[in-house]
Structures are given as C-alpha cells and as structure tokens.
Design a protein around this ligand. Structure first.
Ligand SMILES: *Cc1c(COP(=O)(O)O)cnc(C)c1O
Length: 430
C-alpha cells in the first residue's frame, strides 16, 4: 500500500484537542508549522501517523525551560542564579501589563522611574545617601567607571583584585573598555594602603576595591581595608559582588552593603541575583551627589532596568525570605528527613538509591570556601542524562562516579515531580 494514503490531513491534525494548549502557548502559526514539518516526516516514512501529535508538540520552538536544581549549588550560573520568591514572581506577573512605573497616578505627571523599588532599597539601607539600579553588577561598574573616571582618568586598583568573573569576562578589560585607565598597585598577594597612597594624583578618578568573590588567596597575604582606603581622599568604590545588604552570620567572609558604607565607601556596587536572591540587577548605593552623577550620565539610559526587574527587586527586598536565603539556611536534619522520605517513595516504586552526606556550596554568588552540611540521593551516573532530558528536567551533580541529587534547592512542593522524573528515568534505564 502507498504509505502516503496514511498521512493525516493538516486540518484534521490541527483540530486535535491535544494540540489546543499549544495554540495558547505557542500561537497558531508555530503549531501549524510544526504540524506541516511533522507530516513531511510521516510522508517520508520516518514517523508513524499515530506519532504525529507527540512529534508536533516536541517540534514546537521551546523557550527556557523550568528545571529542578538538585545540584546542591545554591546560585548556579548555568541555571540562572537566584530563583525568585513567590512574592517576586507575583510582582513580575502584575507588572507585565501597563503599570505606573514612571507615572504618578495622583498628579497624572511623569514620576521617577521605579521610584517604589528604589525607595524599598533605600529603606533597607537608610545610611546610603541615595540608590540607583542598573542591569547587572557589570553594568554598575561600567557606569561608575565611565562617569567617574572616563576620558582617561585613573582607577586605582590592587593587582590582587584584577579578577575574572566567569566565562572569560575580566574586570580589568571591562573597566578599560570605558576609556578609564587602570592604575595597578601592590602585588598579587600583598597590597598596603601606602601602595594606593603613592598612586594618587591629579588624574585619579577613584579607588576601586573588588571583593574576590570566586577565589581566595592564602598564605603571606595582606590587603587594604575599606576604612584605610577611605582615609586617603579620593572616592572609594567597593564592588562587593554578592549583594548581601546586611551581615549574615552564615557567611562571615562576605561583605555587605550596610557595613561597607559605614566603613567609608563612597559607592557600593552589588548584584541583584546572587545572595540577595532577586532578579538580575546591579545595585549602586552611596553618596547622593555621586549617584546623581551616574543617574544623569547618558550611558545610564542604556543600562536602565526593565519594569519587570524593578517589580521583582522591590518584592525581593520587602517580601518574605527568598528561596536563596531558605536554601542557604535550611536545617540539615530537616533536609535529611525529607530526602529519606523521597528515598522511601522511590524504593517502594522499585528504584534503589543511597542516602549520602554531601556538602552543598553557595556557587557563583560568593563564599568560595564555604560548604553547607547537606544530604543527597545517590544514583548510578546513567541517570544524569535521562533526568536532564525528562519532561520536568532534574539537574544533579556527578561526584566520584555517582549522580547526586541534593534537595536543598528544590522547592519541597516539587518533591513529587522529582520522584516521578526519577521513576520515569528508571524505567528508561531498564
Ligand atoms: C558577580 C560579580 C560581578 C558581576 O556582577 P553581574 O551581576 O554578574 O554582572 C562583579 N564583581 C564581583 C566582585 C562579582 O562577584
């Protein structure tokens, strides 16, 4: 028989109720294109007619997919760093339509963009003269460097703080791209206040202090502290990286914005999506006149944050504890008990796993030395790819030839979804 006779008609396939949700999510044109392309594969004999619906759904263009982070890395750069809190998600959703982001509804006049988010940030750090928010930490550095040291003025920075932040991006390159000149002082392991002092001159724009957030230098080391630098005269810009607003006893080596300002920094720069647990953003806090110079600089317009970011940031700052905070502060004993419950359900479903002690880490957001006591389910490594490519992808980490699933960063309400994914993978692993 001619196989072409078995090829379903496009309009019949498009009317299949199983495709109805796809019309809502992907639009009619994309669904039709996927169906036409899939029917070609049936015509060529590659697919059976009864496989058309599943294949068409699989062929739809996919956006970024939600995944369960079972890596035990709280801020995983490849998984989008911080997960937003439910409050921040709701705020984002509410801001997706038209909002009063730049309008005063009482007077009907234009208002300062993002004023409620900026006020929330300022209220969290009242000792800052003023605050500003841009796209990310790197943008905040670029804005500060351009506005305060552009046109060939100098940024004085320690050789021990010329860091690469990841994926080949290096802070010195970023700073020099603004037209500022770097005046390197000290050595890789030791830099004193006197080193900075000798470099100060008429062309000094500012002194930059960078927190080494992804490495540590140990042994015969010394660095100048912010109070010592602040006594030298030029403004001190402190890039603290992590975004802690206040000290966290769990993270004693991570600087925070409030303390750094109190120590005399003129400007503090931090990321929004690291330890703060919010959206990607660059926070600038400090001297009101400096902040105003940054805000008025033409480049500020190119680094402006979106209304969704402002909404998420405000809800992160004013709302309940973020998923990042909860993952960092979760009680190991509670986590062990929860992991044991998941293990018992898996065992009942015929999937064998081990419950092992396995330290978790903060990740790209900071505290490179810190490990958090944690627990994981240990599975054969063949599960790795099966879990990643499942309908609800689960990402674990491979250690000493085993796949570890740490539930610390998995929302408890997703345990059932995780279990179903593991059971599905077990049936495929055979
Ligand atoms: C992460 C980090 C940056 C870059 O911030 P992004 O928000 O990723 O652009 C800059 N400096 C330090 C010290 C950092 O830790």
């Amino acid at each position: 028989m001619d196989p072409r006779r078995n090829v379903p008609r496009t309009d019949v396939v498009l009317a299949d109720p199983r495709l109805a949700p796809a019309f809502v999510h992907s639009g009619r044109a994309a669904v039709k294109a996927a169906v036409v392309q899939t029917l070609d594969r049936v015509r060529s004999g590659e697919l059976e007619p009864d496989e058309v619906i599943d294949a068409a759904l699989a062929a739809l263009p996919a956006g970024p997919r939600p995944v369960l982070n079972a890596t035990g890395v709280v801020l995983h750069t490849n998984l989008g760093r911080a997960a937003l809190s439910p409050a921040a998600r709701e705020a984002v959703l509410a801001a997706t339509g038209h909002t009063d982001v730049e309008l005063d509804l009482t007077t009907g006049r234009r208002a300062k963009r993002g004023r409620t988010a900026l006020a929330a940030l300022h209220q969290a750090i009242p000792t800052a003269g003023d605050v500003h928010v841009v796209n990310n930490g790197a943008a905040a550095l670029v804005l500060a460097a351009t506005a305060l040291a552009g046109g060939g003025r100098e940024i004085i920075v320690s050789r021990g703080e010329m860091v690469e932040i990841g994926d080949g991006f290096r802070l010195p390159d970023l700073l020099e791209s603004t037209g500022a000149r770097l005046r390197e002082v000290g050595t890789t392991n030791r830099t004193s206040p006197a080193d900075y002092e000798r470099a100060i001159g008429p062309s000094t724009g500012f002194i930059l202090k960078v927190h080494p957030s992804n490495f540590v230098v140990r042994g015969f080391t010394s660095a100048a502290a912010v109070p010592e630098l602040a006594a030298l005269g030029p403004p001190v810009v402190a890039d603290i990286g992590s975004g802690l607003l206040h000290p966290d006893p769990l993270l004693p080596d991570e600087p925070d914005a409030a303390t750094t300002l109190a120590e005399g920094a003129s400007l503090v720069i931090a990321s929004g999506d690291k330890l703060l647990g919010g959206p990607q953003a660059g926070l600038l806090l400090g001297d009101a006149a400096l902040i105003e110079r940054l805000r008025r600089h033409p480049l500020a317009r190119a680094l402006r944050v979106d209304k969704l970011t402002l909404a998420a940031l405000q809800a992160t700052i004013t709302g309940p504890a973020t998923p990042t905070w909860q993952a960092l502060h979760c009680d190991p004993e509670t986590l062990r008990a929860r992991t044991a419950r998941v293990q018992a359900v898996l065992t009942a479903a015929g999937v064998e796993s081990d419950l092992v002690e396995s330290p978790a880490v903060v990740g790209g957001g900071g505290a490179p030395e810190l490990t958090l006591p944690s627990w994981s389910l240990s599975l054969p490594p063949a599960y790795g790819a099966l879990l990643r490519t499942a309908p609800v992808p689960v990402v674990g980490r491979v250690e000493r030839g085993r796949l570890l699933l740490d539930l610390r960063c998995v929302p408890a309400e997703s345990d059932q979804a995780l279990i179903e994914t593991v059971v599905l993978a077990a049936s495929q692993a055979g």
